[in-house]
Write a protein that binds this ligand. Structure first.
Ligand SMILES: *Cc1c(COP(=O)(O)O)cnc(C)c1O
Length: 373
């Protein structure tokens, strides 16, 4: 197959929100009623519906996923000097939230088959300061939770799922978000569903939920206005954001099915491409394929960045994998994490929006195959 013409004007973004439901009607309702700040019926409805969606009792809307992680960690009791184990291959927010608490993110390498934190490497990272583990369901694929939860139980550690990229993914038939002590989601513009900026903490633990809600609401005593028994934060979501979120959540099955369909198309068109490792989906998992991703096999000797540049020339936007956090100046370490380093050096996130058509995916795959073979 020859590379399609470079004069093609089509531009395919790596991600793009699909506002296909009641978003506009609900936002207009906020404007018409003047409920535009962080009180209002959409906040309550979005929280309640999101808790139901995850199969948990409590959901707490926050201004974004990063502060949701921070409030969740504070609620779980993380203090200065503590350690929290996180994968090195994740978005920086996972580790930053630990740092905001004055605690230390302790990195663990990824496993080859899921690209997620390798449960077999966690135990060696545990010290007397370790308080918890943050498994990250990277790019929409659930972490292998059972061995991780087992380690957490034996060492009395909390498990806070970072499900920012995995709304609706399931592990052995159970939704992510309901697998640990608490979980955090993001509704940034490129996530599976969006509120523009936004986040959510979910948990089944009523006492924990109350603590987290107080932390995100400036620390105010819920029974006594302007009484602040603790230092809290203003991490609130607005009613307008929740209105968009509720409309997105009404269509969440469609958003997920569209991404899963994209993945089926990618697998079909890239099936015989020997230069690539395709995004995994283990038999016990249902991924939501937040970003359909491929890893260039090292033995091909093809430069990942060249592939991305050439795809860009064809109007196809891509992203490199995250830099492993231990390679960033702010978290630099001498230690090596070979699996994460290999994935990060050779991984490409392909266009994955719910708006893609089969012909788009076919075009992307034709270009990609022509470049790498
Ligand atoms: C997007 C993301 C976050 C943070 O979410 P924001 O809403 O952008 O603050 C946290 N963790 C992971 C893994 C993410 O992908």
């Amino acid at each position: 197959m020859s590379t399609p013409s470079v004069t093609q004007v089509r531009w395919i973004p790596v991600a793009e929100p699909a506002l296909v439901g009641n978003e506009k009607a609900y936002v207009n309702d906020c404007l018409d009623s003047s409920w535009i700040s962080s009180n209002g019926k959409y906040i309550e409805r979005f929280e309640k519906s999101f808790a139901e969606f995850c199969g948990v009792n409590h959901a707490i809307a926050c201004a974004n996923g990063t502060v949701a992680l921070h409030a969740a960690l504070l609620g779980l009791g993380v203090q200065p000097g503590d350690e929290v184990i996180v994968p090195t291959l994740t978005y920086i927010a996972t580790a930053n939230a630990v740092t905001y608490c004055g605690a230390k993110p302790v990195f663990a390498d990824s496993e080859l088959n899921t690209w997620n934190i390798d449960p077999a490497l966690i135990e060696s990272k545990i010290t007397e300061r370790t308080k918890g583990i943050i498994p990250v369901h990277l790019y929409g694929h659930p972490v292998n939770m059972e061995p991780l939860l087992d380690i957490a139980r034996r060492h009395n550690l909390f498990v806070l799922e970072d499900a920012a990229e995995a709304h609706g993914a399931t592990y052995k038939g159970e939704k992510v978000g309901a697998l640990g002590h608490a979980a955090v989601f993001s509704f940034y513009g490129n996530k599976v569903i969006t509120t523009g900026e936004g986040g959510m903490i979910v948990t089944d633990d009523a006492a924990l939920a109350a603590r987290m809600r107080q932390i995100k609401g400036q620390g105010m005593d819920p029974q006594r206005r302007y009484w602040f028994p603790m230092i809290g934060y203003n991490y609130r979501m607005t009613n307008i954001e929740a209105a968009i979120g509720l409309a997105q959540l009404e269509q969440v099955d469609w958003h997920i099915e569209r991404r899963r369909e994209n993945a089926r198309w990618y697998r079909e068109f890239l099936r015989d491409c020997r230069a690539l490792i395709l995004m995994p989906e283990l038999p016990w998992a249902a991924s939501v394929f937040w970003l359909f991703s491929v890893v260039l096999k090292t033995e091909t000797g093809i430069s990942r960045d060249d592939v991305m540049t050439r795809l860009c020339d064809h109007g196809i936007e891509t992203r490199p994998f995250f830099y492993p956090l231990h390679t960033l100046p702010v978290y630099a370490e001498q230690a090596q994490y070979p699996v994460a380093e290999m994935l990060a050096a050779h991984g490409i996130n392909l266009p994955s929006s719910a708006k893609l058509a089969r012909a788009d995916v076919e075009y992307i795959c034709d270009c990609l195959k022509a470049i790498v073979t």
